[in-house]
Design a protein around this ligand. Structure first.
Ligand SMILES: [Zn+2]
Length: 197
């Protein structure tokens, strides 16, 4: 698991006390109230940087182009901050869903992952950049682990190949608890179960 965001990120929505879906009028109103509180005439010189950041927030969120650019980073950052846990699902309830499945490209193995995200950011759009461990059926031995009487060189006799893949998962704001998201990736089919913690 990792995130590409390294530079400091300021949550302008949090700063203004508004939501990402609020319209320009709401944002402008919030800005005017905060600007009165935070103006350097009130707070003195030490408040100057905060006031500059507040002006940046307003300019960014009320300019459609800047806002869209900012929202791209916001979705990634919120996802990274809200991620509590990502791990393979325990195979019980979903046994029938996670076993091998057949389609036009042959037999593949479904990968079932549990993603727990903070309920604090439930209403925010999130984009997770994830590195996840994946299993697929060995193409060399077709999952048997051996060819003739020799152990398969490709999978070491397990019949399963382990790989780490980078996957981008978009989870819209307000997604219900327990919702399933499916991603197709090369030879893999990945099912994420999103819950809140
Ligand atoms: Zn093999």
């Amino acid at each position: 698991m990792s995130n590409t965001q390294t530079e400091e990120f300021i949550d302008y929505f949090e700063m203004l006390g508004v939501n990402p879906n609020d319209d320009s009028d709401t944002i402008a109103g919030a800005f005017r109230r905060k600007a009165k509180e935070m103006h350097p005439d009130v707070t003195g010189m030490q408040g100057h940087d905060d006031f500059t950041r507040l002006q940046d927030a307003y300019e960014t969120l009320t300019n459609p182009h800047k806002r869209e650019k900012y929202l791209e980073r916001h979705r990634l950052t919120i996802a990274s901050r809200s991620l509590i846990e990502l791990k393979p699902m325990v195979r019980d309830l979903f046994d029938d869903m996670i076993e091998y499945f057949k389609d036009l490209s042959g037999i593949r193995r479904k990968n079932f992952l549990s993603l727990v995200t903070s309920s604090r950011y439930r209403e925010y759009d999130k984009v997770f950049d994830l590195e996840i461990p994946l299993e697929s059926t060995c193409h060399n031995c077709k999952g048997i682990g051996a060819i003739a009487s020799y152990s398969c060189d490709v999978c070491g006799g397990t019949g399963i190949l382990q790989q780490t893949k980078r996957v981008r998962l978009e989870v819209p704001g307000g997604t219900p608890d327990g919702m399933l998201f499916t991603k197709e990736l090369d030879d893999y089919k990945i099912v994420f179960r999103v819950t809140y913690g």
